[in-house]
Design a protein around this ligand. Structure first.
Ligand SMILES: Nc1ncnc2c1ncn2[C@@H]1O[C@H](COP(=O)(O)OP(=O)(O)O)[C@@H](O)[C@H]1O
Ligand SMILES: [Mg+2]
Length: 371
């Protein structure tokens, strides 16, 4: 046992209803291994693809995944709910006759802090954050507004632009809308067509001829009725981690990384992200001192413009003229030990366990509610 001091009861929330379910499970395994068991009493709460919350009695299901990508299944353990009631902010068994079984026996369900390690809709978009606010439980990362704003590429761009930050030209196609000729002329070819609220490059195509636009819009709409069409930016793909400061307000930037894709698609698609070995990651990115400083400055400014908290990964393009253009802001970036965000911090002197610990401490410091 942990001596006299009570351990921090942390609920690790992972899986979820989005297409990034498996990535979230892998990230959860990494975070679990990084949490000091003398400090943290971890409750593993998996969300299955249909949205059911299940408490895992032990970490075996995450560890034994072998070569297969893990996935949460309802048979893992007790089904629970979190009541949106701050006077009873604990996990409740869905079946009142059942107990919540943790690795060390039955648990009462009280939670000090939640790590919502979820990507995409119903996780990274403010919805889970809203539930946690209602329940009055502190949680890692951005609040409701920043999560929702960063998830929607339309609003993310308009907020960054309003803050004077550089974003590329784009058009928004709501359900049923098509790209006008004026917009075709304004954007020029090639364009990128993407779901407004997607992730992991799912549903994204590069279009080199207007004849292919309809198919690309249909592909994007399979994921989201709202679609963005963006001018292709010519530049290097650079990512930068941003992390809240524990010793005061504000945030700091990591050393940036560069992604070089050589696969046939020609951009950082799902294959290049998770499957191909043709993708090169340079950490730190080899940038001129001026471009490096500009990337870090833009990353922190984007974090602040969206009112982010805790962590974010800001992805930019650096043009041949060393101009920085923001592509997107991820409020819950991939978090496996091999993911870019932890690796960029590792290269900046913060180890993976230190990173996880800092995020939880930031959440506990800031609490739930207006902050
Ligand atoms: N406007 C653009 N210009 C050039 N490349 C782009 C553009 N938009 C997207 N891409 C390419 O597609 C990838 C995925 O797009 P992104 O907007 O980051 O979507 P996701 O949220 O799914 O990661 C980028 O990493 C980049 O390789
Ligand atoms: Mg991206």
């Amino acid at each position: 046992m942990a001596g006299t001091r009570r351990r921090i009861r942390l609920a690790l929330l992972f899986g979820g209803r989005s297409t990034e379910h498996a990535i979230s499970c892998v990230s959860a395994g990494g975070v679990l291994r990084a949490l000091d068991p003398d400090v943290y009493d971890v409750v593993l709460v998996g969300i299955d693809p249909s949205g059911r919350w299940v408490v895992l009695p032990g970490a075996d299901a995450l560890a034994s995944a072998g070569g297969e990508l893990p996935s949460v299944t309802a048979s893992w353990g007790t089904s629970v709910v979190l009541a949106p009631d701050p006077t009873a902010s604990h996990l409740l068994p869905r079946d009142a006759t059942e107990a919540i079984h943790g690795p060390l026996g039955d648990i009462d369900g009280d939670i000090d802090v939640v790590f919502p390690l979820l990507h995409g809709p119903f996780g990274e978009d403010g919805t889970v954050q809203g539930l946690l606010e209602m329940a009055g439980v502190p949680y890692v990362g951005s609040g409701v507004f920043a999560s929702a704003a960063a998830m929607d590429k339309q609003h993310m761009k308009s907020m960054l632009r309003a803050a004077g930050l550089p974003v590329g030209p784009y058009a928004v196609l709501r359900a049923g809308q098509t790209l006008s000729e004026a917009d075709q002329e304004r954007l020029g070819l090639p364009v990128f067509v993407k779901p407004a609220r997607g992730g992991s490059s799912i549903g994204i195509s590069r279009v080199d001829a207007w004849a292919d636009l309809d198919t690309a819009v249909k592909t994007a709409r399979a994921n989201d009725p709202k679609v963005l069409v963006e001018s292709a930016i010519t530049g290097r793909e650079i990512e930068c981690g941003v992390l809240g400061r524990l010793d005061g307000p504000g945030a700091q930037a990591s050393v940036p990384a560069e992604i070089t894709v050589t696969s046939s698609a020609g951009f950082y698609d799902f294959e290049a992200k998770y499957v191909s070995d043709q993708t090169r990651f340079d950490i730190p990115a080899r940038l001129s001192p001026a471009a490096l400083a500009r990337v870090q400055q833009v990353a922190v400014a984007a974090f602040e413009a969206l009112d982010c908290a805790g962590l974010a990964r800001v992805d930019v393009f650096v043009t041949p003229e060393d101009q920085v253009v923001v592509n997107e802001v991820n409020t819950m970036p991939g978090f496996t030990p091999m993911s870019m965000f932890p690796r960029m911090w590792e290269a900046s002197g913060i180890t993976y366990p230190q990173l996880v610990d800092r995020l939880v401490r930031l959440a506990l410091r800031d609490g739930a509610g207006l902050r």
